[in-house]
Design a protein around this ligand. Structure first.
Ligand SMILES: [Zn+2]
Length: 119
């Protein structure tokens, strides 16, 4: 029976991503996903660009599923705009803060657990 990726997308609760592949390896849930959108606004000139410069896979820890560590393997596109070909820029996701190895939801969960332990 094929896996219903819509179910996985709803389960993990992250906006605007498409789940491509799910794997459970050594008790770790690995969710491979990419953005559903294929264009972004340039941060310099605000025009919409569709030109992908390249992409990379970035790993983020997300909320556990069935008490298993969940790692999101996110394909992040780097776009380029005609206003500045020398400075490609990453697409942005609402659930990620720059330079953080966790999703925002995982960070909130960690801080709530820490607060509960100190009370
Ligand atoms: Zn631009």
């Amino acid at each position: 029976m094929p896996l219903d990726f819509n179910f996985i997308e709803n389960l993990i609760g992250l906006q605007d991503i498409k789940v491509i592949f799910v794997n459970v390896n050594n008790g770790i849930v690995e969710i491979h996903a990419e953005s559903k959108t294929h264009s972004v606004s340039c941060p310099k000139c605000n025009k919409t660009t569709y030109k992908v410069h390249d992409y990379r896979i970035q790993l983020y820890e997300h909320l556990p599923i069935c008490d298993k560590t969940t790692i999101l393997h996110l394909k992040i596109r780097r776009y380029i705009c005609e206003c500045d070909f020398n400075h490609p820029f990453d697409e942005a996701f609402s659930f990620i803060r720059k330079y953080q190895p966790h999703t925002i939801y995982h960070l909130k969960s960690l801080s709530l657990n820490l607060r509960a332990k100190t009370l």
